[in-house]
Design a protein around this ligand. Structure first.
Ligand code: FES
Ligand code: FE2
Length: 387
């Protein structure tokens, strides 16, 4: 895996490197392979633990075409199950509403077979236990669920590894931002976008800022370094970027009514941090709010992007200070600007003229992402860009 230092060392002698190929963004075959190797091969972010806060709460997700759900049992433990009845396979929970509470049991709408919050089959109307039938043999199909920083993760892998090992496997990780206390934050705003672009185009767009001065005139005012096409300040902790002079919030004016998050370092109060957690969690961290995108690919050319904004619960509860609009409005503007260019890129990479594009030095994090992607896909790395 590429280390941050290794990437930085390389900056001085960067040679332009190729992008992924057009078919990597468009072909059904690559999509099928990604489903198995990436989306069903390791831990994936699927939401926030607060969405299943109480026993009997459940949350349905479409994970690249597999309907799954998470629930919490009477002891407060989380479980993940396929949305598939053990009787005849019926999908028993709906996509809308995607969440709810069943109190004690899930009932399949076909023949009313009933499962408890641990996935055990506890009811089979008209089929008695003594009729050559053992309910204990037919629980729901389960997979491990875990949390980090309040985010819910699921692994549909055949041989799941510990979540932490997976989180720390890439160039960037949510784990370096523990001081932001994200497990104690709660969702105060949510916007869902349907983007006609491959998930990797969205990740690549997030990881570069050559487009920032062109596409995001407002963003480059708030984060001046972005004007120069750079994404990281190489000198600061965690690659944080100073916001414009005097700014304490990620808004057009640099100000907001929101109180800062507790426990931060002095330097955090004026900075913006970005972090990408492979494969689908893209974090934007601010002194008074944590915003993130979770990408849910729906096919090679479509990704549902859920953006949510986290705040302290007491901030959300206090109408005098809970005024998230300036942060949300700026991010909504930036998001739509991004999706527009991602959708244009998706169309272009599908052209017969496009084989691969090129990464100049400023796009080196995209190359690093592509190297990780190649490893996950069982392909050889292209290797270091040396003279
Ligand atoms: S398929 Fe679910 S109860 Fe028969
Ligand atoms: Fe952007």
């Amino acid at each position: 895996m590429l280390e941050q230092e290794t990437i930085r060392e390389r900056e001085g002698r960067w040679k332009p490197r190729p992008t992924l190929s057009g078919s990597d963004y468009t072909s059904p075959e690559v999509w099928e392979e990604e489903r198995e190797r990436i989306w069903f091969g390791d831990w994936v972010c699927i939401g926030r633990a607060e969405e299943v806060a109480n026993p009997g709460d459940y949350l349905v997700r479409d994970l690249v075409g597999e309907s799954i759900f998470i629930t919490r049992n009477a002891q407060g433990e989380l479980h993940g199950f396929y949305n598939v009845c053990s009787h005849r396979g019926t999908k028993f929970l709906d996509d809308e509403p995607a969440s709810g509470n069943v109190r004690k049991a899930f009932v399949c709408p076909y023949h009313s077979w009933t499962y408890d919050l641990d996935g055990r089959l506890i009811g089979t109307p008209n089929v008695r236990e003594d009729e050559h039938f053992d309910r204990g043999q037919y629980p729901l199909h389960s997979f491990p669920v875990d949390t980090y920083a309040g985010f819910l993760f699921a692994s549909l892998a055949r041989e799941p590894r510990p979540l932490l090992e997976s989180l720390n496997d890439g160039v960037e990780s949510v784990t370096v931002f523990d001081r932001f206390g994200m497990e104690d934050l709660r969702i105060g705003a949510r916007i869902v976008y349907e983007v006609e672009a491959n998930w990797k185009i969205i990740v690549e767009n997030y990881n570069e800022c050559l487009h920032c001065p062109v596409v995001h005139p407002e963003l480059v005012q708030v984060v001046p370094l972005f004007r120069f096409g750079e994404v990281w300040d190489g000198e600061t902790r965690d690659g944080g970027n100073e916001m414009m002079d005097g700014a304490k919030s990620f808004t057009m004016t640099g100000r907001s009514e929101l109180p800062p998050l507790p426990g931060l370092l002095d330097e955090d109060m004026t900075r913006y941090y970005g972090a990408y957690q492979f494969p689908n969690l893209l974090l934007n961290i601010h002194p008074d709010c944590v915003m993130y995108y979770i990408g849910y690919p729906k096919g090679p050319g479509h990704t549902t992007v859920v953006s949510e904004y986290l705040f302290r619960p007491e901030t959300i509860a206090d109408p005098a200070v809970f005024k998230p609009e300036p942060v949300v409005e700026l991010w909504d503007l930036i998001s739509k600007q991004d999706w527009d260019v991602c959708e244009r890129a998706q169309i272009g990479v599908g052209s017969r003229a496009f084989t691969t594009g090129v990464y100049p030095r400023q796009d080196r994090y995209l190359f690093a992402f592509n190297e990780s992607y190649r490893v996950k896909m069982g392909r050889p790395k292209l290797g270091a860009a040396r003279e």
